[in-house]
Design a protein around this ligand. Structure first.
Ligand code: FAD
Length: 363
């Protein structure tokens, strides 16, 4: 009698090197690796790992992770659930995408249909399922603005749950899924709310400047696709889109989030900064807080773009991007990140917080 295997079991392999599954191109082997193409595959993978008492890591596009050279001592479950559905209510379009859909393809789909709300998030690598995790954002827009709800498997009781925007605790590059409830949920679908024929978001000064310099005329008349193209062009200049031919894009994007400080803290930091430079970039954000530029702090602390540190280095076009120069190791990535942190701490008294998730490092 033939016993048919599940999708999970079919794809299960062992000792899979993780480096090719990451944009940094670094990382040792997963003890076990499987692809989940359905919610059933996910549930099965979870029980399989649990029955063996091994840890589980949920992998998306691998664009925001640093995997240890020793790899991961458990099951890496790659989320490959596909499918997009849409529902139109007057001027509002609800787009529901499965977690394994490519994020930038979804953005292109929305922009091509003239649905506003995610156009500035063009060119961000990775999959849909990860977008709520760090409330993906760029060029003045973030996912929380269009996010309606997500569906997930709750690993505390193995129930399928729906979580609305108000329950996600979204913040600047963060949410409950990256903090208190990290590793609790496997996100299976996300619903976004777009505006049919809506105006593009043109809040970010660098984006407005770029469009003006391009001679695009009245910014009020721009189409969503013009803004998408501008964002992609700006990102490409900074190696912030994945391009196999561009070694500066072998990264996790920005390695640190921009520090957000109180006015008192800012005054103290400014006093120290004035010894080095007259103009410390600072941007007022919510509740009287001030956002600093992590890239500026790193450069002013003496680390320069293009500088090499063994097999890794700093991107020639963005001081916030740590790149794999070809033979880099996770140990070197961590050492360079520590060097950046300690220099910025010594120079300005600011503690930089890494943006990527570290996988397979002992706590
Ligand atoms: C060149 C470059 C530019 C970038 N630019 C930006 C940018 O402008 N703005 C920005 O915000 N980020 C940026 N990033 C970071 C990254 O692209 C995003 O964080 C992206 O959302 C990560 O998606 P991923 O699918 O690759 O997630 P992964 O790297 O695979 O995973 C990241 C984390 O999310 C978890 N996760 C993934 N999928 C799921 C799921 N389905 N359920 C539960 N947990 C899950 C993982 O377990 C892990 O903890 C950039 C990265 C690169 C390489």
């Amino acid at each position: 009698m033939h016993i048919s295997q599940s999708g999970f079991e079919d794809s299960l392999t062992d000792n899979v090197i993780l480096a090719p599954f990451t944009t940094l191109g670094i990382g040792g082997p997963a003890r076990f690796f499987a692809e989940a193409k359905s919610a059933e595959d996910l549930a099965e993978g979870v029980s399989w790992a649990r029955a063996r008492g091994i840890p589980l890591f949920v992998l998306g596009g691998g664009s925001n992770i640093v995997v240890s050279d020793d790899g991961f001592p458990g099951l890496v479950l790659r989320v490959s659930l596909r499918g997009v559905t849409t529902r139109v209510e007057d001027d509002i379009v609800f787009v529901t995408a499965s977690a394994g859909e490519d994020w930038d393809s979804l953005v292109a789909f929305c922009v091509n249909n003239n649905w506003a709300g995610v156009e500035c998030l063009s060119g961000i690598p990775g999959l849909v399922g990860a977008t709520p995790v760090q409330n993906v954002g760029a060029y003045g827009q973030d996912v929380s603005e269009s996010f309606v709800s997500l569906e997930a498997l709750d690993l505390t009781d193995d129930n399928a749950v729906t979580i609305g925007a108000g329950e996600c605790r979204f913040g600047y590059r963060t949410s409950r899924f990256k903090t208190a409830d990290r590793e609790r949920f496997i996100i299976t679908r996300v619903t976004y709310r777009l505006i049919a024929n809506g105006r593009p978001a043109l809040r970010y000064p660098e984006l407005r400047r770029y469009l003006t310099d391009q001679g695009t005329g009245n910014l009020d008349n721009l189409a969503l696709k013009d803004v998408r193209e501008a964002v992609l062009a700006i990102r490409k200049r900074k190696a912030m889109v994945i391009d196999a031919a561009d070694p500066d894009s072998r990264s996790v994007g920005s390695f640190f989030v921009n520090p957000v400080v109180t006015v008192d803290e800012f005054d103290r930091i400014k006093t120290r900064a004035l010894r080095i430079s007259q103009d410390i970039p600072a941007f007022p954000v919510d509740r009287g807080m001030i956002k600093l530029s992590a890239a500026w702090l790193i450069e002013q602390s003496g680390i320069k773009r293009g500088q090499s540190f063994g097999g890794v280095g700093v991107s020639t076009r963005h001081s916030l991007a740590i790149i794999n120069r070809g033979s880099g190791t996770a140990r070197e990535v961590v050492a360079l990140a520590e060097e950046m942190k300690s220099r910025v701490r010594d120079a300005f008294g600011v503690e930089l917080i890494p943006e990527p998730v570290f996988v397979g490092f002992s706590a």
